[in-house]
Write a protein that binds this ligand. Structure first.
Ligand SMILES: *Cc1c(COP(=O)(O)O)cnc(C)c1O
Length: 359
């Protein structure tokens, strides 16, 4: 039996995508083998990768000025790649610290020898909000932010006008809403939150930005190398790209595109936040209302023991993954693209019942 999966990551994948992958498993496109067993130098896999790239670009509304590449090493490897390619030893770069993943990216830039600086931070209020005032370094090579804060449940609604190229970690909101990417120079996402299996990181960057990359970077960490070799400098994560490609087609054909996906995700989040706000204080959202995330809804119960009880009992009814991130505790429902409105309604009903029994 399939459960309602509210995991923070890896997260839920669309049933239709999993079914199609299952149908293809033993004999992909008449090759008599799975896509994983095909040569990545064969024309079928090359075509599949090119198709996934084109579908991603189309969904994101990116033109020829942009390249989409497929990396490995998770979102976390991008923390280093960005600093190595665009800052380098002693290079200035600005970070906006909105939580765990931004902090890690900032620290990684230091390890890489760059000179990262905080242009803003919401640590003063336990990362419950998105900053609105910035102190940008005019010498920074780039400005870095985390678009959606998976752990704290906050999300940017309007992005800052930065004096340097803007880079965003979009891991936990990738393809979840229409975004005007004209302000950005590079965005990236670990696939396992919203588009596919772990092992793949999708990076979209302006070719102009890639031209600024330093040349003293190892091949596997160099953006220009990925672009030059169509993400096939070495063996790419073919399976993960294949599933991400199916997810793109699902967004386009089954959901109706990114605009429809946005509306659906808004409806899901509104349903859950309304249940929290209308609970008379029994459920309490942890993020400031104006900074709330559409993807990761973080909340708490009046007593710590109740959080644990909630987690246990919800899991017992097939609502899984509702525990908060291990660094903050509490509760979190991740409403990634594949989580349905019906799943959210079932959760809201469970919450009402739980409140009736424990309130
Ligand atoms: C999960 C997550 C990461 C880390 O992803 P890995 O692929 O495990 O390295 C980074 N940033 C954000 C916003 C995330 O949600």
């Amino acid at each position: 039996m399939r459960v309602a999966n509210f995991n923070g990551g890896p997260g839920a994948l669309p049933l239709e995508v999993l079914e199609e992958a299952a149908r293809d498993m033993l004999d992909w496109r008449g090759s008599g083998m799975s896509v994983m067993e095909n040569s990545h130098r064969g024309k079928e896999v090359i075509a599949m990768m090119a198709e996934a790239e084109a579908d991603l670009k189309a969904l994101l509304g990116l033109d020829e000025e942009w390249a989409v590449i497929f990396c490995q090493g998770g979102a976390s490897l991008q923390f280093a790649m960005i600093a190595l390619n665009f800052a380098g030893p002693g290079g200035h770069c600005d970070y906006i610290n909105t939580g765990l993943w931004a902090t890690k990216a900032y620290k990684e830039a230091k390890i890489c020898g760059a000179k990262p600086r905080l242009a803003a931070s919401s640590e003063d209020d336990d990362f419950t909000y998105i900053p609105e005032v910035f102190d940008f370094d005019p010498e920074a090579k780039y400005v870095y932010l985390t678009a959606n804060n998976t752990v704290r449940g906050t999300q940017w609604s309007t992005f800052p006008k930065a004096p340097a190229p803007l880079i965003a970690d979009m891991s936990s909101e990738f393809l979840s809403r229409s975004i005007d990417l004209s302000r950005f120079a590079l965005i990236y996402a670990g696939a396992q939150k919203n588009v596919g299996p772990a092992g793949l990181t999708v990076v979209a960057l302006r070719r102009e930005m890639a031209d600024r990359a330093r040349l003293d970077v190892p091949n596997m960490l160099s953006y220009p190398v990925y672009i030059k070799h169509q993400s096939m400098y070495n063996t790419p994560p073919v399976w993960s790209v294949y599933v991400a490609g199916l997810t793109c087609k699902w967004i386009r054909n089954t959901i109706g595109g990114l605009k429809a996906m946005t509306e659906l995700n808004q409806a899901k989040a509104e349903t859950l936040y309304r249940a929290i706000d209308d609970s008379g204080g029994f459920y309490r959202g942890t993020a400031k209302s104006s900074s709330r995330s559409l993807m990761n809804v973080t909340f708490r119960l009046p007593r710590v023991e109740l959080n644990d009880k909630f987690k246990k009992e919800s899991a017992g009814t097939g609502l899984v993954g509702l525990g908060g991130h291990r660094s903050v505790g509490g509760l979190r429902a991740s409403l990634y693209n594949a989580v349905t409105l019906a799943d959210v309604q079932t959760l809201v009903e469970f919450m009402a019942e739980f409140k009736r029994k424990n309130g």
